[in-house]
Design a protein around this ligand. Structure first.
Ligand code: CTP
Ligand code: MG
Length: 226
């Protein structure tokens, strides 16, 4: 569970994972979902070291096995740190699955279920939803291509992988600092020979990025089963 970011675009004094939604920190929504799913054995929480005591206060509530790992300078490096910790400290079995999730997506329960079901048959599963907007490709404000919208999907987390396959990809990507991947699916597609399977995402599983997104989340919470 990734909660090691700074929330720069959100623009509050503290990282957005600590922002309160109906009296509960955003991070707790993800932890509540994860700890309610029996198929998930262990949780690694990637933290922002500067706020360690804030995580500890939240973690007190949980009796599950949750390990803290220090994040890196970019999301990709935070995932790398977590995978290296798992390899070293947990020595998972060969066919263990790992799910990578953004704590900035509080309403993720159904998508976790879809991804876990998908992992029964696949090595790599990414949830996604269709696009509502038309997409233009442009350079310097000049449109160079208008691809058909049906070719595209919007990608979410959690994303599921065979642990050692994802670890192998991250080790290859580590050190090649010229490209930093914003999600694990894209890194996996680059460094593995596997295909990625898309499963159904959920519009409510959106990522809180800017301050206004918290108002949207508040609305969803009041009006939906999430
Ligand atoms: N994340 C992380 N380590 C980083 C960067 C991001 O663990 N070095 C986590 C964030 O905490 C978040 C998820 O990855 O849950 C998705 O990242 P994003 O939405 O970009 O969050 P931030 O990086 O915190 O926000 P910003 O990019 O606006 O600074
Ligand atoms: Mg970021």
């Amino acid at each position: 569970l990734l909660a090691g970011g700074n929330g720069t675009r959100f623009g509050s004094g503290r990282p957005k994972q600590f922002s309160s939604l109906d009296g509960k920190a955003l991070l707790e929504y993800s932890l509540d979902v994860i700890t309610s799913i029996k198929a998930i054995e262990k949780t690694i929480l990637v933290i922002n070291k500067r706020f360690e005591s804030d995580y500890d206060r939240i973690l007190k509530k949980y009796t599950h096995e949750i390990h803290k790992v220090e994040g890196g300078d970019a999301r990709q490096l935070s995932v790398y740190n977590a995978l290296m910790f798992i390899e070293k400290e947990m020595k998972p079995l060969k066919d263990t699955d790992v799910l990578i999730h953004d704590s900035a997506r509080p309403f993720s329960k159904t998508v976790f279920e879809n991804v876990i079901n998908g992992m029964v048959f696949e090595n790599a599963v990414v949830p996604a939803i269709p696009l509502a907007d038309t997409i233009y490709k442009c350079e310097n404000n000049i449109v160079s291509d208008i691809p058909s919208r049906d070719q595209f999907v919007k990608v979410q987390t959690p994303q599921g992988f065979k642990f050692y396959k994802l670890l192998d990809c991250h080790k290859k990507a580590y050190g090649k600092k010229d490209v930093i991947y914003s999600d694990d699916g894209s890194l996996y597609l680059k460094y593995s020979n596997d295909s990625l399977k898309i499963v159904e995402g959920d519009q409510n599983n959106f990522k809180i990025t800017k301050a206004v997104d918290l108002d949207i989340a508040q609305y969803i919470l009041r009006n939906n089963q999430v």
